[in-house]
Design a protein around this ligand. Structure first.
Ligand SMILES: C[S@@+](CC[C@H](N)C(=O)[O-])C[C@H]1O[C@@H](n2cnc3c(N)ncnc32)[C@H](O)[C@@H]1O
Length: 217
């Protein structure tokens, strides 16, 4: 199943390798604290409860509305048209409030912006330009499918450590932080307010349990 948002650094390319990486391991719960588009979450089946979080509260509000009110979200979303004028009006209107209207705006901007990027200015206002995607179409069934998939999830806005104390034996934790200083030339860094050292994320999670197995890809 595909993510319902476009996301820079999305891990769709990793999906074909997951079976090899995981082998026969039995997974109880799933944790993804740098959720973004959640490509790996949406690709996995038969999970018990999943713990999903991200520092981007507008993204997380959208996930929550997709899970809890897909039809209301679709209704709001379908009011918008892929024109430059609508795009810039909606970009002005979006706020940080956790409402269904803002989730619809977020999804619309995500779909019609330049490359689906998420970037904010110093005041925290979304400032990506219009994408001119002439052939854009969004199949709203993706929202309903994602809603089903998200049924047994705890979805939280916050720093990557927010749910880490919920990790139990036989859980799978997928860590995909923003690009680090060592990848400095790939252009992604400009879109993230915080820079991460992979090592600091690793250390933070490794402290959780001496029984944890880490794969670095
Ligand atoms: C590389 S993207 C994750 C992409 C995701 N795996 C996918 O397939 O779409 C990294 C994510 O980390 C989030 N992020 C940045 N700083 C964070 C922090 N301090 N705590 C939690 N999430 C953070 C960003 O909002 C972004 O969604």
């Amino acid at each position: 199943m595909e993510p319902f948002v476009r996301w820079a650094g999305g891990k769709t390319w990793l999906i074909p390798h997951m079976a090899d990486l995981l082998g026969e391991v039995h997974i109880e719960h799933y944790h993804e604290p740098f959720l973004g588009g959640g490509a790996i979450f949406f690709s996995l089946d038969h999970l018990k409860k999943s713990y999903l979080s991200d520092a981007n509260s507008q993204l997380i509000n959208t996930y929550i509305q997709v899970r809890d009110n897909p039809d209301g979200l679709i209704e709001e979303f379908q009011k918008f048209h892929n024109t430059e004028a609508d795009y810039y009006r909606i970009r002005e209107e979006i706020t940080a409030d956790c409402t269904i209207a803002n989730a619809a705006r977020f999804l619309f901007l995500n779909q019609t912006s330049y490359n689906g990027l998420y970037r904010v200015n110093r005041k925290g206002r979304y400032n990506v330009p219009y994408g001119f995607r002439d052939t854009w179409e969004y199949d709203v069934q993706r929202i309903r499918d994602a809603s089903e998939k998200l049924k047994n999830t705890r979805i939280t806005a916050g720093d990557f450590e927010v749910n880490k104390y919920r990790i139990k034996r036989n859980d799978l934790v997928f860590l995909d932080p923003p690009y680090t200083v060592s990848h400095n030339n790939n252009g992604f860094i400009a879109y993230n307010k915080n820079l991460f050292s992979l090592n600091s994320v690793y250390t933070s999670y490794a402290k959780m349990s001496s029984q944890m197995t880490m794969h670095l890809t």
